[in-house]
Design a protein around this ligand. Sequence first.
Ligand SMILES: Nc1ncnc2c1ncn2[C@@H]1O[C@H](COP(=O)(O)OP(=O)(O)OP(=O)(O)O)[C@@H](O)[C@H]1O
Length: 293
Amino acid sequence: MKRFEDLVAVDRITFRVREGEVFGFLGPNGAGKTTTMKMIQCISPKTGGTLEVFNMDVETHQREIKSRLGVVPQETNLDPDFSTYRNLLVYARYFGIPKREAERRAEELLAFMQLDEKRDVLIEKLSGGMKRRLIIARALINAPELLILDEPTIGLDPQARHLIWEKLRNLQAQGNTLVLTTHYLDEAERLCDRLVIMDNGKVLVEGAPADLIREHAGSDIVEVERTEKAIACLTGLGVNYDLAGDVIQVFTDRPHDVARELLEVCQHEAAVTVRPATLEDVFLRLTGRSLRE
Ligand SMILES: Nc1ncnc2c1ncn2[C@@H]1O[C@H](COP(=O)(O)OP(=O)(O)OP(=O)(O)O)[C@@H](O)[C@H]1O
């Protein structure tokens, strides 16, 4: 739990991350994700409850926990006075990594993150995606057992995001444990083995993306334009639906039957589509709001 004066930013949440998995915190801005990450990183003390990292209390074992963690913060906090390579070396010093070893790791990480061509350039010459990749490389310098990423692809274009996703999947394949926050549904769906959906400091649900979708939204969603005929048809069929602007979204375990009925009743006046359900539908069903900004 985390309280800032009157505001409860993280409100009695419970979660457990398993070794080797990618665990996500998905939620809108202000949900409490960053605050939770900072408590795990031992840089923001909790104001209640218990929190253990590597089975150690965050209050009593800060130093040891920090030495075994890698952190990718939301903001780009690279040192502008140094080159790509030197940023890694300087960071390695905080962990007391011997120079030779630091140089070896830095070279290796630059290659892994596809930054070797930018080894000697200043930070201002890097693209947004390259900077994020460098921050991830920097977080790996101490060979952490757990990597924490706060919005790893925030503000990046699709191509830059895909490259980072690929790197994160590689890291998982190598046996790393990853905890990430995101407000991007596709990122959560693609990367996370399990996740919690957070809103207003609380955890709404926890599970594997596919399970959450199946439990809370069904496999497919039928969408139809909002007309009186369509509503009458759905009421007659006794199925659940939500209104999303001019569109009706139907949650049902027999989407194709419902779509057929709708097409018949609406006599093809209104477009009817069937699409796979997503985490966006889960969020909408749980909160009545859209996660998109
Ligand atoms: N240092 C602070 N002092 C006071 N309130 C804070 C502080 N840090 C965060 N908050 C508040 O706590 C709540 C949760 O913020 P938090 O940054 O954890 O959300 P988030 O889910 O990570 O969102 P975002 O993706 O925008 O960072 C917000 O209402 C925020 O204003």
